[in-house]
Unconditional design. Structure first.
Length: 377
């Protein structure tokens, strides 16, 4: 079988990039021919199987469905007899149109994958005018727009994949009269590694791995939590891995706080292994794959309850902690609970290492293969 992924950038840059790379590498191992078409070929600092054929669109992301890009993609589909196109950008109208136009005249089936929740970022401030409108009116309009996007991608695909059964059920309830025979759910994935972690060597270290972008990631909340607790835990440090448009603003908020270190973009593996507790305060996420990565390396996650898929990853009190969204004090309490109790940290970390195995690429690839078989039936 010949599989073609279409996405914004590859192989590094976002969670979508990482998942595509992990699955692509695995499918090559299983004998598939894998192709990638992207708008930006990022610097290859991670392993990508040399058998994956990567192509860059001639026109940029802003002109995704240009005639030039459609012709370019059509040629790749035709010359390589592509069986399945996986659109990793199902939230973008232009990319949906690009994939559909380019596959005309071919046998290729289209799977559209939504890497976000059904109603993504509903609480964002929006444009200047919407800030002065009644909240009920603004939220109602956003719901309609989000559903319009989801329906457009669904109606123009042979299969539509969401990241969680919870998202799928939410979609079904939102459009009760729609035929959902093409709707499936498959979670994000990691390369699970079964480490024999020596917890006695874990550092007294809190970890954040995130893009530094305030609207979604809310690093300011992390800083506020650290401000509440840092003076009582002088042998603990806070490490923040990542970069983004709000890096300087975040550093300024933290400039008078001790033992907080912005490392910029780094490969996070060694930090997961060294750190004891992982923090996430996002206002929304598609899946939150860094939580799973932290679990895999015995770094206990604490996250705010701001997205449905969180409950697929964390069972509260067993393999991590979930605290009410926006409740800084409750979050700080859980951080302190873990900092105070090494035995509890180890117990929850061991559970996390075991539980996150369900997201291993070997398991998730099987689900994708079942979907491919459905399309061929």
């Amino acid at each position: 079988m010949k599989i073609l992924y279409v996405l914004k950038s590859f192989p590094t840059g976002s969670g979508i990039d990482s998942v595509t790379r992990i699955l692509g590498n695995e499918f090559v191992k299983r004998g598939y021919n894998v192709f990638v078409c992207c708008f930006l070929c990022s610097k290859n600092t991670v392993f990508v199987d040399s058998n994956i054929k990567i192509h860059e669109f001639p026109e940029p992301w802003e002109k995704a469905d240009s005639k030039s890009n459609i012709s370019f993609l059509n040629q790749i589909i035709s010359e390589n007899s592509i069986d399945v196109i996986i659109n990793q950008e199902a939230d973008v109208y232009n990319v949906c149109d690009l994939c559909n136009e380019a596959r005309k005249g071919s046998r290729a089936k289209l799977i559209s994958c939504l890497h976000f929740s059904l109603f993504m970022n509903m609480e964002s401030k929006g444009c200047f005018i919407t800030r002065f409108l009644p909240k009920k009116l603004v939220m109602g309009r956003r719901v309609k727009l989000q559903l319009k996007r989801r329906n457009y991608a669904y109606d123009n695909s042979d299969m539509f994949v969401m990241l969680s059964d919870r998202f799928a059920e939410q979609y079904k309830k939102s459009v009760p009269n729609k035929n959902f025979n093409r709707l499936r759910s498959i979670s994000e994935t990691i390369n699970y590694e079964n480490h024999n972690i020596d917890f006695s060597k874990k550092l007294k270290q809190l970890l954040v791995v995130s893009r530094i972008e305030e609207n979604q990631k809310r690093i300011s909340i992390i800083i506020e939590i650290w401000k509440l607790i840092c003076n009582n835990y002088k042998d603990w440090n806070l490490i923040i891995i990542g970069d983004g448009p709000d890096m300087e603003k975040s550093k300024k908020l933290a400039e008078n706080l001790p033992r907080i270190d912005f490392k910029g973009w780094q490969k996070p593996l060694s930090y997961y292994l060294d750190s004891s507790v992982f923090l996430m305060t996002s206002s929304f996420e598609g899946f939150g794959i860094t939580l799973v990565e932290a679990q895999n390396y015995g770094c206990v996650p604490i996250a705010m309850d701001s997205f449905l898929a969180l409950h697929d990853i964390i069972t509260n009190g067993k393999n991590g902690f979930i605290v009410p969204n926006n409740d800084i004090n409750a979050f700080a309490e859980k951080v302190c609970l873990l900092m105070n109790n090494a035995n509890l940290r180890e117990k929850i970390a061991e559970n996390a290492i075991t539980d996150c195995k369900k997201f291993d690429v070997l398991e998730i690839a099987k689900k994708w293969e079942n979907l491919f078989m459905e399309l061929r039936a």
